[in-house]
Design a protein around this ligand. Structure first.
Ligand code: C5P
Length: 219
């Protein structure tokens, strides 16, 4: 039988894009497939954790181990994550839309005759940072920094700004978003570990083993 080092631990993982409605027929979103987040949720479940997977809309099969909580918008994801607390582990993999339309109309927006586009945006809640600041902050909070340039500098700065324990940096200048493979660099206060470029499943297992080792050290 496979060892279950995370038995008795609770984890929350966010995955996929969020979808921010403009009107009944349009939305703002991004290219996240949900693959990496789903693989991490499954890998944590395989190590024995009880996992809540809070997922935006995706086109891929849901993993079987985690409990699935399906949402659309960033605000719904934010509420679902906080409702799922407390947990020992939070891994924020979702590509949350930074902005949402200020108003959502119930009728299809019509194109104005000239003039500026009729779309105003407001900022979405930062789910990762809000979990870090919560009085139910999990013991281990892991964020992702998907960047197309200056990956390591931006990722190190993000770890400090978000107040999370680890940041997983990845370079999404190639075909990582939506692709099958990923090259992760795990940044902790103990140092930086570069994992080889590998399938998102293999990368997820490596990250999850590292998470299990963290709890092995602290318990
Ligand atoms: O700020 P940025 O989007 O670059 O940060 C990425 C990290 O923060 C990821 O872990 C992502 O899941 C998380 N995030 C979030 N809520 C947001 C924006 C990002 O949880 N509104």
């Amino acid at each position: 039988r496979a060892p279950k080092p995370l038995l008795g631990r609770r984890a929350i993982v966010t995955a996929g894009p969020t979808r921010e409605p403009i009107d009944p027929v349009r939305y703002l979103s991004n290219h996240s497939s949900g693959r990496q987040g789903y693989a991490i949720a499954q890998a944590l479940a395989d190590l024995g954790a009880q996992v809540d997977l809070v997922t935006g809309p995706t086109a891929i099969a849901k993993p079987l181990g985690p409990n699935i909580i399906a949402v659309e918008t960033a605000e719904q994801m934010h509420a679902a994550v906080h409702a799922a607390l407390p947990a020992d582990i939070f891994v924020a993999v979702a590509a949350v839309a930074d902005w949402r339309p200020a108003q959502q109309t119930h009728k299809k927006t019509k194109k104005p005759e000239g003039g500026p586009a009729p779309l105003q945006l407001v900022e979405n809640p930062d789910i990762l940072r809000s979990v870090c600041l919560s009085d139910k902050r999990p013991n281990l909070v892991v964020g992702f920094a998907a960047e197309t340039h200056d990956v390591m500098e931006l990722a190190r700065a993000k770890r400090v700004r978000k107040d999370c324990d680890w940041i997983v940096a990845n370079d999404v200048s190639g075909d990582v978003m939506g692709g099958q493979e990923n090259e992760m660099i795990i940044i902790t206060d103990a140092g930086e570990t570069r994992l080889p470029k590998q399938s998102k499943q293999a990368a997820a297992r490596a990250l999850s083993r590292r998470i299990a080792a963290h709890f092995g050290e602290t318990s």
